[in-house]
Design a protein around this ligand. Sequence first.
Ligand SMILES: [Zn+2]
Length: 298
Amino acid sequence: MTDPTTAAPPGGSAFAAAADGFLPGADRSRPPAAGDLALPVTGAKLLGSADGRPLRVADLPADTDWVPLGTLDGIPAWATDLATADALPDRALGWASLGWASLAAEVPEPYATLAGRALAVITWRRTHRWCGACRGELTDLPGETARRCADCGLYVPMQLSAAVLVAITRPSPTGRADELLLVRHATGPTGLWALVAGFVEAGETLEAAVHREVGEEVGLAVDRLVYFGSQPWAISGPGVLLAGFTARAADPHAEPVVDGEELTQAQWFGLDALPAELPPAYSISRWLIDATVTAGRR
Ligand SMILES: [Zn+2]
């Protein structure tokens, strides 16, 4: 079990720190300067120097097409979409490419959040080149992470998908520590014991999405729903925002039932006997689980 003294506290101190250091933005009012931060993306990975040194705009060719990301501690940061790393200068520098999960696990905040935005913005631009209404070409709007169709005027902002996840607890039937509901998914990291989660539907509140997902995925009802915190998530495509909640099982004697398609298992675990295969330390899933364990000890 994770030592709660080393785990991120409720709400995630990592991203609280990020809010101070990294400010998202789309300011093109001044061109990239040599010392600005550079985040080149190839495919679904971010390129960095092999020695971990932050890349600067001067490290890449002068004709690079830069996209504004915002500022990190006041320094402008720029991303670019590289079809291939072959064109990069000075291979002797060494280049390393990492997906966001690896980055988030290895790179300190707020750089991991900045890297997540780089991947999300570049992925969005790559998949939003043409107008969905008239097939015209989309062009960038100054100062916004948005595009407009030159032919019909359609406005195409970068949109976030909201998803919820919930740590559900119940009193132990044996009077010992409270129990936490954990589930295993049929796809993705199938060995992990994770939380019930799902995307928010149009026309739904975050809270309603929690109730619906819990009902659909494990057939339970919950109450005492409390908002916990949120995390930008750069793994599941562009622009996912995770919102975490805690809740109590409405019926402490009800057992979860999985559909066998989305989930393969769902099980109550004593807070003093959680499995080892838990979500990674940089995820809000893990912050929720660790906070639930800490709260259960009080
Ligand atoms: Zn159009």
